[in-house]
Structures are given as structure tokens and as C-alpha cells.
Write a protein that binds this ligand. Structure first.
Ligand SMILES: *[C@@H]1O[C@H](CO)[C@@H](O)[C@H](O)[C@H]1NC(C)=O
Length: 375
């Protein structure tokens, strides 16, 4: 009897071990399969398009984020005052001499999203975490994650419906009673991102207005800055090291402007009067020299800064730190390197001069982009 029990136990053990091995094997195979799938979908060194990074739950880690963000935010705010003062602008005007910058007399009240209930004012800058914050505004306005993820409507329309533009008096009053948030990003990264999103490819993104952008800007840029106009194919002007197209999407039609042509356009247009919202300088759009923001967050430190905003604005439980990112990308700098290699050093330098005040206000550097430049 004991013998049979032992045998039973023996085969039981063998069974357990075999099952464990099988599970392990299947698991590994499955993971390898998934990795293969991932690789196939995203190409060699290119990352996934849409990600929502989980933020740590560790309280001491979160407290560290908040301390760091707080300290850095004070520096960012202090710097803005210095730069506005130095350039004799807005609230910091200190001499009757004219500033070298043209500057609006009042904030553009109609651009803000103002949530008076949760006491938050946000100035949207396109391609500076704008979809993340539009999404957050929609959550604050009462939409659920489930609804927003299903919905086909534009986030900007939904957010505007929830938080309509305010007139001057109402807006000024709200500015006093709300936490004012500005999210910025390296000015060159934002320009490149806007170019890739709106101008580079009219075969994709029709729902985001690439057709409209082609009519309004792209076709004219090509006509003016390309010899042969739209009869010369974009592809014939570039080598594959100078751009990054999503292999999963249709290729551009070939009549879209190159990044270089877009930059030549920017260098020739009157940026103050004829800027599109997608590439207008930050200082003209959100007027940090006229409005004392409480928090300057940056895309470069997005998750950490969001933890801080949520804490300071008391929005715990209403929004979560997240980072929605839609454009096709490989590791950050490589993309800029590709596109900026289309430009000459002189063009990069001129582009910097054009956005110099933004670089100074928000403490960004342009030197490495000069090194990306071609001849
Ligand atoms: C190409 O350029 C010509 C003018 O040079 C214009 O009439 C035509 O509409 C353009 N084609 C497209 C597809 O934009």
C-alpha cells in the first residue's frame, strides 16, 4: 500500500513538474511570439506609437518627483521674469524704450481652457503635450475614460464645448482664482513635430486636417521654394537618412514640402502677423510676460511635472499622470538629427534667432541642432 501511495506521489510529482515546464515553455514561446509581432509592427529601432506610461505608486518616489518639480518650477518662473524684464516686455516693462520684440498688449483670452470649478487655467500649445491635456480637461469636464477612448470626436472640440472662451473681464477674474498652467517643449522639437503631423504627408491624417494644411501652406511653400514646383517629387530632393516615414502608413504623395522648405518659409514669413497656431512662438501665443503662470511644465519632464500639477491643483482621483504620444518616432534625438540634416548651419542659426525668446524664456539650447545641420 505505502508503495502504491509512493508511486502515486511519484507520478503526481512528475506530473506537476511536467506541467510547470510546459507552462514555462509556453510562456517563453508566447513572449517570443509577441516580441516578434512587436518587431514586425514597429520596425527595427522604432518605438510603439501610443503609450501610456504607468507612473510609480511608490509614495516616497512620488514625493521626490514633487520636490524636484517644485524646485525646478521656481527656477522656471524666476527665469521668465528675468527674461521678460531684460527684454522690457509686458508686466516687466521698466523703461520707455522699445523692446526689440513685438508683443501683444493683452493675453489672448480666447485661447485658454479655463475650468473654474477645479480652478485650473491651461494655455494650449500645439504639440506640447496638448492632446494629453485636452484629454485631461475632458476628464475634468466630466467625461469618462471609457467614453473618451471610444469617442471619434476631436478632443479640442469637446474641451472647448466644456470650457468655452471667456471674455476679457471673466477671463481676468478667472486668472486670479485659478492655477495657471503652461506646458512647453523644446521649440525645435515642437516645430518638427508640427511639420511631421500637418505638412509632411497628405496621404495620411486627413481627419487632422492635412488636406486643409496643404491648401493653406504646403502647396504654396512648394510652389515658392521648390524649383519645378510640384512637378519635382519630394523624394528626389532628399536621401533616406534625412527623414523618417512610418512604414505602416501610405507614403507621402511627393508634392508635400520638405522640412527644409518649411523652414525657408518660416524664415521668410512675418512670424508675428502670419503665424499659424501650430508654429507661432510661445511668447506670442501664451504671453508669459503678461500673465503670471503658476506652473511651467515641460514635455521633457512630463510625467514628473504632471504628478506635481495634480498635487498642487488638488486633482488627485480626477486625472492621472499620463503621456499620450501619437506621432511615429524612434529614439528622440535621432529624428531631429535626420530632419535637421536637411538644413544648413546658417538656416538652423536663423531659425534659432526667430524663436530665440522662447529658447531664453524656457531655458532651451540649440547648439546640438547646429551639429545636426548639413552643409
Ligand atoms: C501643382 O501646381 C500648379 C501650379 O504650379 C497648380 O495649379 C496645381 O493645382 C498643383 N497641383 C496640386 C495637386 O497641388
Amino acid at each position: 500500500m505505502w508503495f502504491r501511495v509512493a508511486r502515486f506521489h511519484g507520478s503526481y510529482l512528475v506530473g506537476v513538474v511536467t506541467t510547470m515546464l510546459l507552462v514555462l515553455y509556453l510562456n517563453t514561446t508566447l513572449r517570443t511570439l509577441q516580441q516578434h509581432k512587436k518587431l514586425r509592427v514597429t520596425d527595427k529601432h522604432v518605438q510603439i506609437a501610443l503609450r501610456e506610461e504607468p507612473v510609480t505608486e511608490d509614495q516616497s518616489e512620488l514625493a521626490k518627483y514633487i520636490r524636484e518639480s517644485e524646485a525646478e518650477n521656481s527656477e522656471r518662473l524666476w527665469r521668465i521674469q528675468e527674461v521678460c524684464h531684460h527684454n522690457n516686455l509686458g508686466l516687466y516693462k521698466h523703461s520707455p524704450e522699445k523692446s526689440k520684440y513685438i508683443h501683444p498688449p493683452t493675453p489672448h483670452y480666447n485661447v485658454f481652457y479655463i475650468d473654474r470649478e477645479h480652478k485650473l487655467t491651461w494655455c494650449p500649445l500645439y504639440k506640447a503635450a496638448s492632446s494629453t491635456w485636452l484629454y485631461n480637461m475632458c476628464l475634468l469636464g466630466g467625461y469618462t475614460d471609457e467614453y473618451l477612448q471610444e469617442s471619434k470626436r476631436q478632443l479640442s472640440d469637446m474641451a472647448r464645448e466644456l470650457f468655452p472662451e471667456l471674455e476679457r473681464t471673466e477671463a481676468e477674474e478667472a486668472f486670479h482664482n485659478t492655477l495657471k498652467l503652461l506646458v512647453v517643449r523644446h521649440p525645435f522639437e515642437r516645430l518638427l513635430s508640427a511639420y511631421r503631423d500637418k505638412l509632411e504627408n497628405i496621404n495620411i491624417g486627413a481627419e487632422h486636417g492635412t488636406g486643409h494644411f496643404y491648401q493653406k501652406y504646403g502647396s504654396r511653400i512648394v510652389q515658392k521654394y521648390r524649383s519645378g514646383g510640384n512637378r519635382t517629387q519630394t523624394q528626389s530632393l532628399l536621401n533616406p537618412e534625412q527623414y523618417l516615414w512610418d512604414p505602416r502608413q501610405p507614403q507621402p504623395k511627393g508634392i508635400e514640402p520638405t522640412f527644409k522648405e518649411f523652414v525657408r518659409y518660416l524664415l521668410n514669413v512675418d512670424i508675428v502677423d502670419h503665424s499659424d497656431d501650430h508654429w507661432i512662438p510661445y511668447y506670442l501665443y501664451c504671453t508669459p510676460c503678461l500673465l503670471k503662470y503658476d506652473i511651467i511644465a515641460k514635455v521633457e519632464t512630463m510625467l514628473r511635472d504632471q504628478v506635481y500639477v495634480i498635487k498642487v491643483a488638488g486633482l488627485q482621483g480626477l486625472i492621472r499622470p499620463r503621456w499620450r504620444h501619437k506621432t511615429y518616432h524612434e529614439k528622440g534625438e535621432d529624428i531631429a538629427n535626420r530632419y535637421f540634416s536637411q538644413l544648413s548651419r546658417e538656416e538652423v542659426q536663423k531659425l534659432y534667432e526667430l524663436y530665440k525668446l522662447d529658447f531664453e524664456l524656457f531655458d532651451y539650447k540649440h547648439e546640438k541642432y547646429l551639429d545636426y545641420a548639413g552643409t
